[in-house]
Design a protein around this ligand. Structure first.
Ligand code: DLL
Length: 439
């Protein structure tokens, strides 16, 4: 498959891809596809019987008898989660949901997902495959700098490491000084965090550090960034992908040979479709990644429209894995942006402005990267009836800042622009995002 820059500047680390469950990871494709069809049929039936909110949509759909039948099923978009907030799409009684996680919704409320005990076990198994494939050996130590909490990164990687017999340092995000001290003192062989945070750490760590493997994801990153991270930290850096709606991290991950992200296809069925027509695209073409869960119990999901753009191949991997591989995510089909690992939709900003007295609903988001850290400035305008004294504007700036901190979960800079100065739509699609990062 085409892997951008695959032959340039890769760090020659002495790690090799391992397996967590070799029989499943190298299963012949015909057996894999048979398993997928049976699991797909079961998933559709469970949703039909247990999720009242979906019954109408599935009423006239026959139980799929082949993978091609999948195309007759409707897509599920993020709006379905919002419309059924918080637990309306769960397929088991609330008492069987052992954990919930959440990520940014498109407006005020987060997107909530749930897991049974069996879902948590399956998720840990998927992440364990990712970590072993990345070359991390049982008995090594993993510094886990993904955030613990409602975000799936921290706890997801944590459980996967434990399942694979890898020791975890559950450091979570933030406090870089302390992270550096722990890396120096505990000498972990592996790290997981966002790629931008890996670059921040690289500014302070010598190349002679103990790290050999980094499992990096939750935000888009380029081949150029990989070369920089690998060189500066002298470790192999693999790309891990996932999203809370489907499970969290571990839907797909590169192995140590970095030849595309292997999808855990016995649990998640991938399709690549045309962003406008929704038609399935042939292997190798870039389109929207659509994922169907095959074994999830608490929150099964059919044809989830991820909005992430990539391509796919079903050629076996050099390391012997037979599951499909996707390319790195090359963009978004919608206007979601990822700032310091946090998903931000312009519609969330609009929602907050509409609820803030004195703010006009016009805005622009300017995204920059200073050093390795993303920064976002939200340019706003006062509405026609709002005062224009320095105090008035400072008060508006403060209130919008507080509102956005609470709705987005990250601090952003607010600039109050003159009335009528921000771009207005002139009929066409108005881009409210000015992303100046060089990813
Ligand atoms: O970001 C799960 C995760 C945690 C993945 C830790 C990897 C590591 P959400 O918060 O629901 O879940 O955000 C999912 O983030 O639809 C992509 O747009 C983006 N994303 C995640 N991983 C990658 C990646 C977690 N490797 C959304 N490359 C997804 C590009 C990524 N984008």
């Amino acid at each position: 498959m085409q892997v951008a820059g695959a032959t340039t500047g890769r760090f020659e680390g002495s790690v090799t891809p391992g397996f967590f469950d070799k029989a499943v990871e190298t299963m012949p494709r015909t057996d894999l596809e048979q398993l997928q069809v049976a699991r797909l049929a079961d998933t559709v039936e469970r949703i039909r019987h247990n999720v009242p909110a979906m019954q109408q949509r599935l009423r006239d759909v026959a139980t799929p008898a082949s993978l091609d039948d999948l195309q007759r099923l409707p897509f599920t978009k993020k709006t379905a989660l919002r419309d059924n907030y918080p637990f309306g799409l769960f397929a088991v009684p609330r008492s069987e949901v052992m954990r919930v996680h959440a990520s940014s919704g498109t407006t005020g409320k987060p997107t909530v997902v749930g897991y049974t005990a069996e879902d948590l076990r399956m998720w840990a198994e998927c992440v364990a495959r990712c970590l072993r494939g990345a070359g991390i050996e049982p008995g090594w130590m993993l510094h886990n700098a993904y955030g613990y909490g409602l975000f799936t990164g921290g706890l997801g990687l944590h459980a996967g490491a434990e399942a694979a017999g890898i020791s975890v340092v559950p450091v979570s995000g933030g406090n870089t000084e302390r992270q550096l001290m722990l890396i120096e003192d505990f000498v972990p062989e592996a790290i997981c965090c966002t790629p931008s945070y890996a670059l921040t750490l690289a500014e302070h760590l010598p190349p002679s550090n103990s790290l050999r493997v980094g499992v990096l994801g939750a935000e888009p990153w380029s081949e150029r960034m990989r070369v920089e991270i690998e060189e500066r930290l002298s470790m192999v850096a693999v790309n891990i992908y996932g999203l809370s709606e489907v499970i969290g991290p571990g839907v797909a991950c590169e192995t140590a040979d970095r030849q595309g992200l292997v999808v855990m296809e016995d649990h998640f069925l991938p399709e690549i479709v045309h962003p406008e027509t929704g038609e399935r695209l042939p292997d190798g073409e870039v389109g929207v990644l659509v994922l169907t869960s095959l074994t999830k119990q608490a929150f099964p999901i059919i044809r989830y429209w991820t909005g992430d753009l990539c391509s796919m191949t079903k050629e076996p991997s050099p390391c012997g894995r037979t599951h499909a591989r996707i390319s790195a995510i090359v963009g978004r089909a919608d206007d979601m942006i990822v700032i310091r690992g946090v998903n931000v939709y312009p519609s969330q900003v609009e929602h907050t402005l509409l609820g803030t007295a004195g703010a006009a609903p016009h805005f622009r988001l300017v995204v920059t990267r200073e050093g390795n850290l993303d920064d976002m400035t939200v340019q706003i305008e006062p509405d026609e009836n709002y005062g224009t004294s320095g105090d008035d504007l400072a008060d508006l700036q403060r209130r919008v800042g507080e509102g956005l901190r609470s709705s987005l979960g990250i601090g952003v800079r607010i600039e109050v622009a003159g009335r009528g100065t921000l771009p207005r739509s002139e009929g066409g699609k108005l881009s409210r995002v000015d992303d100046r990062r060089q990813l």
